[in-house]
Design a binder for this molecule. Structure first.
Ligand code: ADP
Length: 599
């Protein structure tokens, strides 16, 4: 930067004519010449301003040049101001040494040679200008450094704030993701509510409770959490003493009714009064020591089903609108989970009602069917004795009998399913000969067949197992009836039995329609029927194999199938000789409804 100000030069001499002479030599617009007639005057000038150079007469009355120079050097501000002594002394005078010792940078001898004086002064003026320039540049630089540092500090503070904000946001997202996982991991209603309060503490609350709206619209406190069980009990007690009511809606009730959240950043006395309904309620709630409160409705798409209450106590935290926003996000996820759990609970109840109905209806149906069968048999016996019924009427009676038997089997299947649903299907333990059981079932089935033949190889010895004879008979009947049913064109059905160590096997093979490969894994699922029976007019409900598999499992055995679509199927049941202890312990508690098979 160019130096525009004139440079100060101090001329010190006790004689005015000398000062005038000096001034005339050094006169220049770039110079600001300041004159002093004595050492003392010179010192005063130095108090006021800085000089690029001092031209000092050595011999002056009072303070001489050297003494003045000594004092100039003694002051910090002027200690490096160059001093040129003007003297009439000889070069070899010892005074020169003294001059240098007190800080002279040069000596000029009188009479002065103007060019020498000007050039010497010019050097110091230039030096002064340069150092001034450097100082100015340094100041500018320093200012820039300051500015930059300030800008960097600001940027840094903003960055730290942003990072914190991001971390907080990430933490919130992580929390909400985890919360969603935890909330959806169970469909158990109470468990879901409990999870919700545990999630909130201590992340957004010191004490958290959930109210769910009852059928009358009144919210009921169903879950509370605080690390101190005594505090939980205290909160429950307050709720017991001052339950929500529609007539006097306070915090939770109001939130459910309006669907609007409430934020109380500072729990002042006035705020407490606003959520309590009388002096006792106020005292009780005050004793919990809330410092801040959020009441957030749990809203499904249709309505508010409850509220989430987050209270700050020990942490002294004051909730802000951002906390309310976050609590609302948690509440919306929780509402979904709670709604799912509620729906699941309702569905479970509906299933229970359905199963109860099925069970009752099946039992009720058995009586009239037993009466129909009994009277048909009576008629048949009467007709055989009297010979009065025509062949056509006898056929009609047989059809009634067959259909009643079919209805009975269907009722048994329905009963079995409802028993399986409630875990009441069990078996009785007894030793039995599977060989003779199979033979009896095959004989009975064979009598009803016209287009099918059943082949059962003779076994020389009994095939003893421990199990429930009536239930195993049901298994065999079911497999044989399926073999017949799914071979509509007729054919041979093979029943084979074998033993291998502690396991006995019985298999039923047919040459019927077979089973598509994709259906093989699903045959034992309730109400499942393979695609290839569609459009065949082969009736069925898809429950026989489901019950068969359960019975075989209760015996500790397994069932498997091999089949090729269009060629036939083989079902094989493997049973352990001895019934495993656990299965044997349970006794069948379903009365006499054994032997049910489904057509
Ligand atoms: P339902 O026969 O009343 O439909 P099941 O539980 O006994 O019910 O059988 C389930 C399904 O398995 C049947 O619908 C049928 O698709 C298939 N299935 C069972 N046994 C056979 C078989 N022997 N041949 C071909 N398909 C069979």
């Amino acid at each position: 930067m160019a130096h525009v100000q004139p440079v100060n030069i101090l001329l010190v001499d006790d004689r005015s004519e000398n000062l005038v002479a000096l001034a005339s030599i050094l006169e220049n617009p770039e110079h600001n010449l300041v004159t002093a007639h004595s050492g003392t005057e010179a010192l005063k000038c130095l108090l006021k301003q800085d000089f690029a150079v001092i031209l000092m007469d050595v011999q002056m009355p009072g303070l001489d040049g050297f003494e003045t120079a000594e004092m100039i050097r003694g002051r910090e501000r002027s200690q490096s101001t160059p001093i040129i002594f003007l003297t009439a002394l000889d070069h070899h005078d010892g005074g020169m040494f003294r001059g240098y010792s007190v800080g002279a940078v040069d000596f000029l001898f009188k009479p002065l040679i103007p060019e020498v004086l000007r050039s010497k002064v010019a050097v110091f003026v230039e030096l002064f200008k340069k150092s001034e320039e450097i100082q100015q540049q340094a100041a500018v630089l320093e200012e820039r450094v300051h500015e930059r540092t300030a800008a960097l500090t600001m940027a840094n503070t903003a960055l730290v704030a942003e990072i914190r904000e991001r971390q907080r946001a990430e933490q919130k997202v992580r929390f909400l993701a985890e919360a969603t996982t935890i909330l959806t991991e169970t469909l158990d209603y109470e468990h879901t509510l409990d999870n919700l309060t545990r999630l909130a503490v201590p992340y957004i609350a010191d004490l958290c409770s959930v109210y769910i709206s009852g059928p009358d619209g009144i919210p009921c406190q169903l879950a509370v959490h605080h690390p101190d069980p005594a505090k939980v009990e205290q909160a429950r007690e307050i709720d017991r003493l001052y339950p929500a009511s529609l007539e006097m809606p306070d915090g939770p009730t109001r939130a459910i009714m309006t669907g609007m959240p409430a934020l109380i950043p500072e729990m002042t006395e006035e705020a407490l009064v606003g959520i309590t309904r009388n002096a006792e309620h106020l005292t009780a709630l005050r004793s919990l020591g809330f410092t801040s409160l959020m009441i957030v409705p749990l809203c499904t798409r249709v309505q508010a089903i409850g509220v989430l209450v987050c209270a700050s106590i020990e942490s002294g935290r004051r909730y802000a609108p951002t906390d309310l926003e976050f609590a609302q996000e948690l509440a919306s996820r929780a509402a979904l989970a709670v709604d799912n759990a509620l729906l699941y609970r309702e569905a479970q109840r509906a299933l229970e009602i359905r199963d109860d109905f099925l069970s009752v209806a099946a039992h009720e149906l058995k009586t009239p069917i037993a009466a129909i069968v009994g009277h048909v048999q009576l008629l048949q016996r009467w007709s055989a004795r009297e010979g009065t019924l025509t062949e056509r009427h006898q056929r009609a009676l047989r059809t009634i009998n067959d259909q009643a038997a079919r209805l009975t089997r269907l009722i048994h299947a329905v009963l079995d399913i409802s028993r399986l649903q409630v875990g009441q299907l069990s078996i009785e333990r007894m030793p039995l000969d599977l060989n003779s059981l199979a033979r009896r079932v095959v004989d009975e089935t064979a009598q009803t067949l016209e287009r099918h033949t059943i082949v059962l190889p003779e076994l020389s010895s009994p095939l003893m197992v421990e199990g429930d004879e009536l239930r195993l008979e049901q298994v065999l009947q079911n497999l044989l009836q399926n073999a017949v049913k799914y071979s509509p064109a007729g054919g041979t059905i093979h029943v084979d039995m074998s033993e291998d160590g502690d396991t006995v096997s019985i298999s039923v093979s047919d040459q019927g329609i077979g089973i598509p490969a994709a259906a093989l894994d699903r045959l034992y699922t309730r109400f499942y029927r393979a695609d290839n029976v569609d459009g065949t007019h082969i009736g069925g409900m898809g429950v026989g194999l489901y019950v068969v598999k359960e019975i075989v499992s209760l015996h500790g055995g397994a069932i498997e199938v091999q089949s090729t679509e269009g060629q036939g199927s083989t079902f094989t049941v493997r049973l352990p000789r001895d019934l495993p202890a656990v299965e044997a312990e349970t006794t069948y508690n379903g009365g006499t409804s054994h032997g049910g098979c489904v057509d």
